[in-house]
Design a protein around this ligand. Sequence first.
Ligand code: F6R
Length: 612
Amino acid sequence: MCGIIGYVGARPCKELVLTGLEHLEYRGYDSAGLVLADAAGLERARAVGPVAALREAAAGLQGTATVGMGHTRWATHGGVEERNAHPFLSEDGRFAVLMNGIFENYVELRAEVAEHGHELSSDTDTEALVHLLEEAYDGDLAQTVRRLYPRLEGHFAFLAICLDEPDRIVGARLAWPPLVVGRGEGETFLASFTPAFLEETRSIQVVDEGEVVIATAAGVEFRAVDDWSVREHPVEQADESLEVAAKGGYETFMLKEIHEQPTAVADTIAERFHHGELHLDGIGLTDDELREINRVLVVGCGTALHAGLAGRYLIEEWAGVATEADVASEWRYRNGVFDPRTLVLAISQSGETADTLAAMQIAKERGARVVAITNIMGSAIARAADGVLYTRAGLEIGVAATKTFTSQVTLMTLLALHLGAVRGTLSPDEVASIGEELSALPELIQRELDDEAMDRQLDLLADRFAHDRFFLYLGRHLGLPICQEGALKLKEISYIPTDAYAAGEMKHGPIALLGEDTPVVAVATDSHVFEKMASNLEEVRARGAHVIAVATEGNTQIERHAEHVIRIPATRPELQPILAVVPLQILAYKIAGRLGLDVDRPRNLAKTVTVE
Ligand code: F6R
């Protein structure tokens, strides 16, 4: 999603702004721009494509300005064109604006400024604001922003500069798009996300929604939009480190993150299961309340939803509670029926996904208890929930989620165990024995990652199938969400169309897709549905398709049903998904590599989807 950086201080800031934008690149964007303000006026550069292209476009700018701001854009309103890239300038050249978010009433705002005679140079919602500022300006930028704020509907964080007050940047925030202040010596940064300025300062303050922020070299002032009272925010020390953003010797972030899974899963378990005992602090519901729950609804998007779909089986199996998992963007528009005994689990790596946030807010309004599962402390979803369970995967930069997925499934496993323990559907011995096996998973994932034979086999499969036009993934029970995740990984980084289906449904349609050489990836690990999977694979083979099966070490039957078998370590069936997804991630990675694609920045995708 869009990224924002602003600087006010004593140093020439062109380079600071460009570097800040580079630190935001991982979030995904399609164009970028910056504006520099000094006595001579506002200087702007914009470019479609990477920040490197903006660097070139900005090469001719003076570079002495000590006030400036930059933006990475992920197109929402208006195509990917330079004229739609932020920042936008007023026609008189005195005002500049950039934004992360959406003005939902942009049609009305654009019509209004056009009616007042302004020439709109872009198709964006944001541009309307710069013309409104120019019209409404009364000598005080912050007060002008305050007056306009109630007219702006939607969710946003924006920054504005006015040449009449060249010593400051004024910003404002509504709803979830974040805005953070970085406090330096005689200088102030503003950004959508802290990595933008962490190299310069780790002292941060968070701008709340409904606030206007006035940043100067000397400091920062937070004002409530409604009564203009001064708000105080503590200065905190940011703990995300830029070091984690370095690739640490791996050729891509995605590969690094695949290899971080043993640690991510181990850290997610850590003290939550210790000496045979399970503790799930932060859940926000008492044991009595958890005993009262009669239904669980999991909402999320993409990979996070797949983790929820896996968790669904475990909650039903161990805690005996009816559980559903649904796409947040669909669920929010359904008339979902539930009561205060429904527990809603909102899963989101970023904690900022617009649809997941909206779904949980609706659930709260209708009286449900909401627990968030997220990787980002203090994120919008974490703040809006009654309780929060954090995955501890560390910052994930690769756009395709890997370590956050296995951490989410781990946390869902812990949660299902906890519900089972509290509700008495699992005995303390059962909890202890499952917990022990769960704690052994990081070592087993490490074994998979160190398994040279598996790596060679995945290389051969990638060589053989990288140029195929379609992949079908088949699974049953807990294998199904793993297929869905494997299929998503392949399509998002290799752009090869994939479908993931419940194997039992194959006969009801997708079997028509199978041709002589179609690669079919099957999750066929040991479980009560293994025999059923084996029959489905026979149906696939009878159509001449190639079966690539992920199966459990020691299973002697699978060879009869699959042309290629990827062996993963044995564990109890309920825990197999965490191991089964790893070779599927690596297969997708290797295929994308064979196709020469940039796996860390797949086309059209953003790491955080803060728009609906
Ligand atoms: C796929 C992927 C996406 C996200 C989805 C939800 O690799 O990363 O499908 O899972 O956009 O994002 P979060 O988890 O941040 O809510």
